[in-house]
Ligand binder design. Structure first.
Ligand SMILES: [Zn+2]
Length: 633
């Protein structure tokens, strides 16, 4: 049967299952979901019917109003304004005629759940459209605004794309031999350019597609005969937004990939922010990026965001579920279920097996798992980090010492992840009176990345979520934080004699606004430089940690800047699991995998962790090399 025939068959079955008073106008696949159009949305949306349909067809069912029952948007808008109480303060109303959804953005959402459901029901009854009530994020994010505006401008295209993806997922594959294999394309025995391909006789799925760190900025080995042509790939899954996992995705579209990118909502937004910034940095360095903003838009156009715990078919024989990885906002562990019970493989991506100030610890319980592909950034037996609860105390001590010397405190950070964690800790230290109230300046993309964090409070750890959603205590909104939004402001901070803490990008001192502060402050011993994140081999950050005494800056005007400021490294803020956490992750895992593949670590760390896991737990381990393929079934 082809997809048309499959849909016809489904329609016939649905017709037989639902009461004859409900009119079914059409049925489509949109990616893995089954979309049912009807003139009686209320009756068909009945939970019992939906559950039965979902169970029968093993699909998520979406009920949409037939376009004929939608009243015109202008009229609908008037009705919505009549029904929504004034105290909710409507900010925007967006209609999506292809889905029949209307999104109502409000300033205040503090109505009881019951009252909210009643309001939504009343709106639906009166206008036919399906209403969604969402709060305006407290800090407006330009990235999210652009992404949503772009998606509203391409609704028809997107529908076509989702239908194409749906056809591919639901194609009939017939009888065939069964095997499963994994090809290491990048990020094996190294940190950077993470990329793997999972393949079966009918599916090819890429997991992550990042760029090398340090100066080379190379791609993974994607130009292999078994990967090409890119159009033959069924899906791309991105575990998290960091560029060593996501920077090369736009390039796939430049060379012919037309399929979906699965990731969480925050990953979609943060990845866009980081990719756009990568283009900006490349342009300012005078180097050429391999793609432009057109390709970044293609990624947005083809993205299928998923929430944690939501299971979806992504090819005829692969089912994907994303779970919290505890590393950065939206970071995910990807669980793949292959065939009907044939094989289960889990990719940790970057993960943190400890509760942090921002996130819950990652999870290590799955319904089934045969192979685990695990990161090894801190995999050596020497890689122990201090306890996280000791980190604020150490940070406070270093800041107090620096301030006593009347110096400045410079903290290089990744815009995404460590910045927000350090912000939460600093706000707490000042609120508790442990460090004095000094202005905290945020330079680079930190502000925008923080805005994206405030849009997704449900992705933060339980306490932070409680504080933000129910106690109206959002640490990110503290007046202590000041945004550096112009060169003048930056110069003013650099030249000022008052104490200040500056959080600036990039986190490894390979460019970005942090360099401006470093150049001016490095020669003065009263200043302090505090590293809170991972420093890759070859970066200036790593060299300074190793005792570099002078920074040589190239360009027309060559400059040698002596490093005389205090240099401190705090390991307690890492977004990666340390050696103990990696070992415990395996120890507490349920069920135990048959095999563990180590990646995302320098060679010695992958090998060290592989042999330790084997010796301690008797589980088969492998530290694959890039370009190797391993067969599982
Ligand atoms: Zn990462």
């Amino acid at each position: 049967m082809n997809t048309e025939e499959i849909l016809k068959d489904i329609k016939r079955k649905i017709r037989a299952m639902v009461p004859s008073s409900i009119e079914i106008t059409s049925i489509e696949f949109e990616a893995a979901q089954l979309v049912v159009y009807t003139s009686n949305t209320e009756e068909l949306s009945d939970n019992r019917i939906i559950k039965e349909l979902a169970k029968t067809f093993q699909k998520h069912i979406i009920v949409r109003p037939d376009p004929s029952i939608l009243i015109p948007p202008e009229e609908a808008e008037r009705e919505i304004k009549k029904i929504i109480p004034d105290e909710l303060k409507i900010k925007n109303i967006y209609f999506d005629p292809t889905s029949g959804d209307v999104t109502i953005e409000v300033k205040e959402i503090s109505v009881e759940a019951e009252q909210r459901d009643e309001l939504l029901k009343e709106i639906k009854r009166s206008i036919g459209w399906i209403p969604h009530l969402i709060p305006v994020p407290p800090i407006p994010s330009a990235t999210i605004k652009d992404i949503l505006a772009y998606q509203r401008s391409i609704v028809e295209d997107r529908k076509q794309i989702l239908r194409q993806i749906g056809k591919r997922i639901h194609k009939e594959v017939g009888e065939h031999e069964k095997w499963v294999r994994l090809t290491a394309l990048g990020g094996f025995r190294e940190v950077g350019r993470s990329c793997s391909m999972l393949s079966t006789p009918v599916s090819k799925v890429l997991i992550d597609c990042g760029m090398a760190m340090g100066e080379s900025q190379g791609s993974p080995y994607i130009n292999l005969p078994e990967v090409l042509p890119f159009d033959s790939l069924d899906a791309v899954v991105i575990t998290h937004a960091h560029l060593d996992h996501s920077a090369i995705v736009p390039l796939l579209y430049k060379y012919g990939y037309k399929g979906p990118v699965y990731c969480t909502y925050p990953t979609r937004d943060l990845m866009t922010l980081l990719q756009m910034d990568y283009l900006k940095v490349a342009a300012s360095n005078g180097s050429t990026a391999p793609y432009g903003s057109t390709e970044i838009r293609e990624v947005i156009k083809h993205s299928i965001p998923l929430n944690y715990g939501f299971t979806t078919d992504i090819t005829p024989d692969v089912r994907l579920t994303l779970h919290n990885a505890g590393h950065i906002l939206g970071s995910a562990i990807a669980h793949f279920h292959i065939g009907e019970g044939l094989y289960n493989i889990v990719f940790t991506g970057d993960m943190k097996y400890e509760k942090t100030w921002l996130f819950n610890p990652t999870i290590n319980r799955f319904p089934r798992i045969e192979t685990l592909v695990m990161e090894s950034t801190y995999g050596s037996h020497k890689d122990f980090q201090p306890r996280r609860r000791d980190a604020p105390g150490q940070l406070a001590e270093d800041i107090l010492q620096g301030l006593k010397k009347k110096g400045k405190i410079l903290i290089p950070v990744f815009a995404v992840g460590r910045s927000q964690e350090v912000m939460v800790v600093l706000e707490q230290l000042i609120r508790d009176g442990i460090i004095p109230e000094v202005p905290i300046y945020l330079d680079g993309m930190i502000w925008e990345a923080t805005a994206i964090h405030t849009a997704y409070p449900q992705y933060l750890n339980n306490e932070l979520k409680q504080r933000i959603l129910y106690k109206n205590e959002n640490p990110f909104l503290s007046p202590l934080f000041e945004r550096v939004d112009s060169v003048e402001k930056r110069v003013e901070i650099i030249d000022s004699s008052s104490p200040a803490i500056v959080l600036a990008t990039s986190g490894m001192l390979n460019g970005g606004p942090v360099m401006e502060y470093l150049k001016e402050w490095a020669p003065h011993p009263e200043n302090t430089l505090i590293f809170v994140g991972y420093q890759a081999e070859g970066t200036l950050g790593k060299k300074i940690q190793q005792g570099l005494e002078e920074i040589q800056l190239g360009g027309i005007k060559r400059e040698n800047i002596p490093i005389r400021l205090q240099v401190v490294t705090l390991d307690g803020f890492s977004g990666h699991s340390d050696r103990g956490q990696l070992m415990r992750y395996v120890e507490k895992m349920e069920p135990k995998p048959e095999r563990i593949i180590l990646c995302h670590g320098e060679e010695s760390k992958c090998l060290d962790l592989a042999s330790s896991i084997y010796r301690k737990y008797g589980i088969e381990t492998r530290a694959l090399m890039n370009l190797e393929t391993i067969r599982f079934k």
